[in-house]
Design a protein around this ligand. Structure first.
Ligand SMILES: [Ca+2]
Ligand SMILES: [Ca+2]
Ligand SMILES: [Ca+2]
Length: 347
């Protein structure tokens, strides 16, 4: 939403960029038309089958998904309860060894060797990655018809908990203050800490903590962990593809810092060029501002499932290399490495 009295001035504000190496991004190397990942409908959707590399039955976009053979049907659901925290239920054990012991056609591969069933990882990414609900002035909705969005996920054990870290990738950061500090590639991220549910299925978890990153690692860092009763602040909405609840986050207009609520986004600053606008205010059809990009499961650093990100719309970019993320557009001085969005734990 645009706040009244917003002043348009262009100052030399290095802090406007959410990446330390700032504003580059000329040399666009063509591509862009990866916008096939944008759906024609109001919200981008994808099925879990895009989850690359893992091979084993990815979670389907619907309530049931790939069969591991022998009649096994993967069942994946989400639900909200007042505890608070979104619940994910998968009829496949988290632990690959436990899955394998059950056998009978279940997809129990653990190709990234982290001990978690890869099909469970894919189900978690499929159902827990958030809808991105954009501001009414967002360039990727309104003007950049070649814009590409894609999620690169990692699901990994953290003791008995499970961490889900997702790079929310964009082909471009459009900058603030009229384009100042824009660059090719925009690597943002969110995270979830999942807790197993006692006396429930071996694949059932609850969101214990959530993390939204905004200008992470800069002087203007507004990243935040939501834990305890703050988990109730998270926004959920009905996913039209499944009819079940899904997490919703609010990327700031054109810069894409990720916020859990519109109020948090718009409350961080009233200083021009440091302020942020979120949420589709006063638009006839707010659903046109929702996106749910395709995703890939990157696996683990020691045993990647995916390196090349062409499949998620970003040719030339890599999930694990020590290399700027350029959103499939090439160039220099782009955005922070994808690996830096998948490895450090915010919890
Ligand atoms: Ca695994
Ligand atoms: Ca993993
Ligand atoms: Ca950004």
């Amino acid at each position: 939403m645009r706040k009244a009295g917003w002043l348009f001035i262009t100052l030399g504000l290095a802090g406007c960029s959410d990446e330390g190496d700032g504003a580059g991004g000329s040399g666009a190397a063509g591509n862009t038309n990866g916008s096939s990942s944008n759906t024609t409908s109001s919200m981008q959707t994808s099925t879990g089958s895009t989850a690359g590399g893992g091979g084993a039955g990815a979670a389907g976009g619907g309530n049931t998904g790939g069969s591991g053979g022998s009649g096994f049907q993967l069942e994946v659901h989400t639900e909200l309860d007042p505890s608070p925290g979104l619940i994910l239920r998968v009829n496949l054990p988290i632990d690959a060894a436990r899955c394998a012991a059950l056998g009978e056609g279940r997809p129990c591969d653990d190709l990234d060797l982290d001990g978690i069933t890869d099909a469970w990882e894919n189900a978690a990414l499929d159902r827990l990655r958030p809808i991105q609900r954009f501001d009414e002035d967002e360039s990727l909705v309104n003007t950049d018809l070649a814009a590409v969005l894609g999620d690169v996920g990692r699901v990994a054990p953290a003791g008995d908990l499970v961490h889900v870290l997702i790079m929310l990738g964009y082909s471009k950061d459009y900058g603030s203050c009229g384009g100042f500090s824009g660059h090719n590639g925009d690597s943002e991220r969110v995270g979830l800490e999942l807790q197993r549910i006692e006396r429930a299925g071996a694949g059932d978890v609850r969101v214990k903590q959530a993390y939204t990153a905004a200008h992470e690692g800069t002087a203007n860092d507004h990243s935040r962990v939501f834990s305890g009763t703050d988990v109730a602040l998270l926004v959920h909405d009905n996913d039209p593809a499944t009819g079940e609840p899904r997490w919703v986050v609010f990327p700031s207009s054109d810069k894409h810092g990720t916020y859990a609520t519109i109020d948090i986004c718009e409350g961080i600053s009233f200083v021009p060029c440091f302020d942020e606008d979120c949420g589709p205010d006063s638009v006839p059809d707010a659903s046109l501002y929702d996106r749910l990009p395709p995703f890939v499961n990157a696996g683990e650093e020691a045993m990647p499932l995916v390196t090349d990100l062409t499949g998620v719309g970003f040719p030339g970019d890599d999930a694990w290399a020590v290399k700027d993320f350029c959103g499939g557009l090439g160039g220099t001085s782009c955005s922070d490495d994808v690996r830096n969005k998948l490895l450090p734990s915010p919890f």
